[in-house]
Design a protein around this ligand. Structure first.
Ligand SMILES: Nc1nc2c(ncn2[C@@H]2O[C@H](COP(=O)(O)OP(=O)(O)OP(=O)(O)O)[C@@H](O)[C@H]2O)c(=O)[nH]1
Length: 632
């Protein structure tokens, strides 16, 4: 792995020390370069305005790079310091995770959306344009990373000196390697007590800016042609309700100016460019963008079909060969989404459309259910992705939704007759899971999981993997006391809470990453949950035959804890076909507490409840059940 890295080896421990402001020496004050950066000068904010003439940055003075790392290793913090040290933002105590602009990112303390920032930097007498993209670390958002890399020539691969190389460090390295990018390792958190930066054997006296600007000049120059006709890759987009789609573009050839007529290679529609600019880190209009540069473009695109991620934009009457674009993201988890109240359908539809413009990895199909009305079946890259999307709908669009049990995309091979050939269908809605009598075999998706752990937890982790029906494929020591395990997992066994279980039994030390590995035969059954005999559509699920009883029992118990007592007894049952496999009972109110409880219920007023038969269910009851479902 590290042979390629040695191309950029010799990096920025000095800079990493400043990441927290703590560190092994005083952090350089804003505006004054430290001794180790003799010829690097920082811009002041006042100087910035005159730099908006982007023609001042020839291709050889542009460096486009992403910051990638395992989750929480310090990408956003490093981005903050780079923004500060280039004078892009002022140095204040509040400068934390500046590029994590979404409310959901700030509330959760994680990056979920890649963010671009253009920095202006003077090094050894030359002006450089540094375009950095801060990327998310969690595996659910790796599509953001791979798209970001398409706009870059290099990556800063941040490694926490305390935790060392982790599963996503390896995964991100390979993403960069496959994209043929230069990899510059940055060792971070060297101030922590257990940090062992020496194990990386990196000289500590190198300055990151000097390395980026001067030493790696050939490798990191974008290979583009400004005299050719425009070829701009749309690698990301956001939606602004007043200005429409804001497309993040990387220019591979040519120039684009405000007022130009451009064409989308995907739709063949023509638009006029209303605004072009760079993100600094907020939008800063410029008159033009030149090949090699990364910026944004607004051209009156109003909806999802018009603004395709991976599209190539070119000048009207100057058609070009479109750029390869991206493989579309493959959803790993599907769930039904319905408005709490059907009168909210149109508002929710518009919110989902706008949010999918900001997050192109979500797939949307219309769906409907007898119990829940008209809605959608959405595909996500993982459960965290689903939770974040749901939270963003609430926070950014004030939308309240009902989510059904997440499911993975199963397949069924339908029974063949002499007349009908073998037919395979994919099932993304458990309610439509075909009955055994019509099926030759069921197939479930599998993933190849990589776990990196200190050796002392290996035994417990192997037991956890076996309990999740995983098959071991490999086990190697990556250093004296750390082991890398490879397992083939059924996707439905890891999708909800495997990561949490792994973290808790390894005291937070084990890390996990996975990649798609196709399908395998499985004995699957559809399980219904009934309340007084009525099916709860939110909780219909497909489970492995051997786990049906334990999962059914756990759901019933959990639902019992979440349902308030009512005037009558409630039977909670798990059923496979007509066979009941688990049961719990919620007793009715006792007569002496009845009056008190009724008063309390009246006081609670019209809290959002869902009625299933005659049973009233609080909205959050299902969410609590869903979260714990696959842990059993
Ligand atoms: N002690 C110490 N803490 C650091 C350092 N760099 C970052 N942190 C802390 O580590 C935590 C994670 O940092 P982030 O910058 O959010 O990490 P990230 O890699 O961007 O996280 P994700 O985007 O969620 O993957 C935060 O609490 C930071 O304050 C460092 O050099 N030393």
């Amino acid at each position: 792995m590290w042979t390629l890295v040695s191309r950029g080896w010799g990096c920025a421990r000095t800079l990493a020390r400043w990441a927290t402001g703590a560190a092994l020496g005083p952090a350089p004050s804003f505006g004054a370069a430290p001794e180790s950066w003799p010829t690097c000068r920082l811009y002041s904010s006042a100087e910035f305005k005159e730099k908006l003439d982007m023609s001042r940055f020839p291709v050889e003075n542009i460096r486009n790079f992403s910051i990638v790392a395992h989750v929480d290793h310090g990408k956003s913090t490093l981005a903050d310091r780079l923004l500060e040290l280039t004078g892009t933002i002022d140095k204040t105590k509040n400068n934390k995770q500046v590029l994590d602009k979404l409310q959901v990112e700030r509330e959760r303390g994680i990056t979920v959306k890649a963010q671009t920032a253009s920095l202006f930097h003077n090094c050894e007498g030359k002006q450089y344009l540094l375009n950095l993209i801060d990327t998310p670390g969690h595996v659910d958002f790796s599509y953001e990373v791979s798209r970001s890399l398409s706009a870059c020539q290099g990556v800063l691969l941040v490694v926490d000196a305390n935790e060392g190389i982790q599963a996503q460090t390896v995964a991100n390295f390979f993403l960069a390697f496959e994209a043929q990018l230069s990899v510059i390792p940055v060792i971070n958190k060297i101030d922590l007590k257990n940090a062992d930066p020496e194990m990386f054997d990196i000289p500590s006296d190198e300055c990151l800016f000097r390395l980026l600007c001067i030493r790696l000049s050939q490798e990191l120059n974008p290979k583009v042609h400004r005299k050719n006709p425009l070829r701009a890759l749309v690698f990301d987009s956001t939606f602004d309700q007043y200005r429409g789609v804001i497309a993040n573009v990387a220019l591979f050839d040519g120039v684009v100016s405000k007022g130009d007529k451009i064409v989308s290679a995907h739709t063949q529609k023509t638009y006029e460019v209303n605004e072009v600019g760079v993100l600094n880190p907020n939008e800063q209009p410029t008159h033009k963008l030149y090949a090699g540069q990364v910026g944004y473009l607004i051209a009156g695109m109003k909806n999802v079909t018009e603004a395709q991620i991976g599209d190539t934009l070119y000048l009207h009457k100057q058609p070009v060969e479109p750029l390869p674009g991206f493989k579309s993201a493959k959803p790993m988890v599907f769930a039904g989404m319905y408005p709490v109240d059907q009168s909210e359908y149109n508002n929710l539809k518009s919110a989902i459309e706008k949010l999918t413009l900001n997050d192109s990895s979500v797939t949307v199909h219309r769906d409907s259910s007898l119990a829940l009305g008209a809605g959608w079946r959405l595909g996500f890259l993982g459960l965290l992705h689903m939770e974040v999307f749901n939270q963003r709908l609430e926070l950014e669009y004030n939308a309240s939704v009902i989510l059904t049990t997440p499911t993975v995309p199963y397949k069924a091979v339908l029974s063949s007759s002499k007349l009908i050939k073998r037919k395979e269908i994919t099932i993304i809605n458990p309610a439509q899971f075909p009955d055994k009598s019509k099926v030759t075999e069921y197939l479930e998706p599998v993933v190849l999981g990589t776990i990196i752990t200190p050796d002392e937890y290996t035994g417990k982790i192997m037991m956890l993997c076996e309990a999740r029906r995983a098959v071991q494929k490999n086990m190697i020591f990556i250093d004296q006391n750390r082991v890398m395990l490879k397992y083939l997992f059924p996707l439905n066994e890891i999708v909800v809470d495997f990561y949490d279980s792994l973290k808790s039994l390894s005291s937070g030390y084990a890390s996990f990453d996975y990649e798609d590995a196709g399908y395998q035969t499985a004995e699957l059954v559809k399980m219904d949950i009934l309340l007084n005999g009525n099916n709860v559509e939110e909780l219909v699920t497909v489970v492995h035959k051997d786990k049906a009883h334990s999962i059914g029992k756990a759901i019933c118990e959990r639902l019992k804890d979440s349902l308030p007592r009512q005037l009558f007894e409630i039977a909670i049952q798990a059923a496979i076909g007509s066979k009941i496999i688990a049961r719990e009972t919620v007793k009715a109110y006792r007569k002496n507490v009845l009056a008190k409880c009724l008063l309390k219920r009246q006081a609670e007023g019209k809290k959002k409840l869902r009625k299933i038969g005659n049973v009233e269910v609080p909205k959050d009851a299902f969410i609590k059940v869903l979260k714990t479902q696959s842990s059993k």
